[in-house]
Design a protein around this ligand. Structure first.
Ligand SMILES: [Zn+2]
Length: 439
């Protein structure tokens, strides 16, 4: 009896790191609501609104966001570096030009600081006319929800160190031309960040559709397959091996699916939509895709067009406008928890192998080899039948191996990939097998 309980205690000890990694993030819906209400209190956060008024406009909202990050940093012993990046942009929705400023909080990685996971939302808002920068534009769901999510993620993830750097980003200028997203992507490039993931959260706090449909247990995750960043030769190489469904952004979407499955207590299903964004619409992850970074967009399971990009008004007994009362904060808390679980795993994992080669033409077996990853305690090899969209089979091999022969798995009928795994079991995204390394 004593022996059994000792064994149980030992097993429990051995399981602790894995349990900690899978622990459901303790997101507080009330705190999210308070943050969205605060954002709405700035009247408008339109990109062309005042950058200097202390109470109304995007400048005041950005200052508040930066102050929140500073407060969080204080609580973790100065673990966040809060900074602002800015540039001038001009376009049809800002003909006279405007200074676009993003607020960043950077939690430097303790293992591999150049390896970066980004969580982003946009702080700017709009009404019906995208040029109207004076009317009240509460932008509660679009994108007060994403902004509050990013701040809450910083609160939760800064409670401990991570191997990789985590960047919490509040972007401006989304509604005028995805300028904050462009600015962030360029900054990542000039800083030499090895971006493992950009999680863009835009409209993540509502559960009521325009037609009355309610979706409170599902979040949509949009990802590209064919890469915007690949040249024609690389796209033809991808076509040649059937890799259209396996760009790094799609691999990141599968990691989001996996995070939802591994954390059932969050209570969210991922609808992994196989297109870069909603039909003919865009978001701040697109400029990152153009530079080759794995990036996905989280958005609600169902949209309410009466409460999105609308002037505040009542028409024919119908209320319009993006207001707090139309939101669902327990749902926003679930989407936040999923972001935190996914970011935590990717920031604790080593990067994915730079390239994975497969061989086995005219053979019954498939050989997989990969470039070694520093700090990988093991690798997980994945494969699936070539008519499936998600990985169905896997096996773990030791961290000192760089190849493996999968006996009896025919190369023609399967797709393959490899993830790098940390000693605690955190997994990178899966690098797809068969493509030459990216230039
Ligand atoms: Zn938006």
């Amino acid at each position: 009896m004593i022996k059994q309980s000792l064994l149980a205690a030992l097993l429990l000890c051995a399981a602790t790191p894995a349990l900690a990694a899978d622990e459901t993030p303790a997101v507080d819906p009330a705190r999210l609501k308070a943050d969205v209400e605060k954002l709405v209190s700035f009247g408008t956060r339109h990109t062309l609104s005042s950058a200097t008024d202390p109470k109304r406009g995007i400048g005041a909202a950005r200052n508040w966001g930066a102050a929140e990050f500073e407060r969080i940093s204080k609580a973790c012993g100065g673990c966040l570096t809060v900074s602002r990046i800015s540039d001038r942009f001009e376009g049809p929705r800002a003909p006279a030009g405007v200074i676009v400023e993003n607020v960043l909080a950077i939690q430097k990685g303790t293992g591999d600081p150049a390896h970066v996971v980004i969580i982003a939302g946009h702080i700017d808002s709009r009404v019906t006319d995208p040029m109207n920068f004076t009317a009240d534009a509460p932008g509660a769901n679009d994108d007060g929800s994403g902004t509050a999510l990013v701040i809450e993620a910083a609160r939760l993830l800064s409670k401990r160190n991570h191997r990789a750097t985590i960047v919490y980003a509040l972007l401006s200028g989304e509604e005028q031309g995805l300028w904050g997203g462009k600015l962030l992507a360029r900054h990542a490039q000039s800083e030499g960040w090895q971006v493992a993931a950009l999680l863009n959260n835009d409209i993540v706090g509502g559960t009521h559709g325009t037609d009355g449909t309610i979706v409170d247990n599902r979040v949509r995750v949009f990802s590209e397959g064919i890469r915007a960043s690949e040249d024609l030769a690389a796209q033809l190489a991808r076509r040649g091996i059937g890799g259209e469904d396996d760009g790094p952004s799609r691999a990141l979407a599968r990691a989001a699916l996996r995070a939802a499955t591994r954390n059932p207590a969050i209570g969210l299903e991922v609808l992994a939509v196989r297109r870069p964004d909603r039909f003919r619409r865009g978001g701040d992850h697109l400029p990152s895709l153009e530079l080759g970074y794995p990036a996905i967009r989280f958005t609600v399971g169902v949209e309410d067009y009466d409460h999105q990009h609308q002037d505040l008004r009542t028409e024919g007994g119908r209320q319009y406008g993006d207001t707090v009362d139309e939101m669902d904060f327990p749902y926003l808390a679930r989407v936040t928890a999923l972001n935190v679980a996914l970011a935590r795993e990717l920031a604790d994992a080593p990067p994915a192998p730079a390239s994975v080669a497969i061989d086995g033409a005219v053979s019954s077996d498939t050989s997989i080899s990969w470039t070694p990853v520093r700090d990988a305690a093991s690798y997980r090899l994945y494969w699936r039948r070539a008519d499936r969209s998600d990985w169905t089979d896997s096996r773990t091999v030791p961290g000192d191996s760089t190849q493996f022969l999968l006996k009896g798995v025919q190369i023609d009928d399967h797709f393959f990939g490899v993830a790098a795994v940390s000693a605690e079991g955190a997994e990178s995204i899966v690098a797809f097998g068969g493509l030459p390394p990216q230039k």
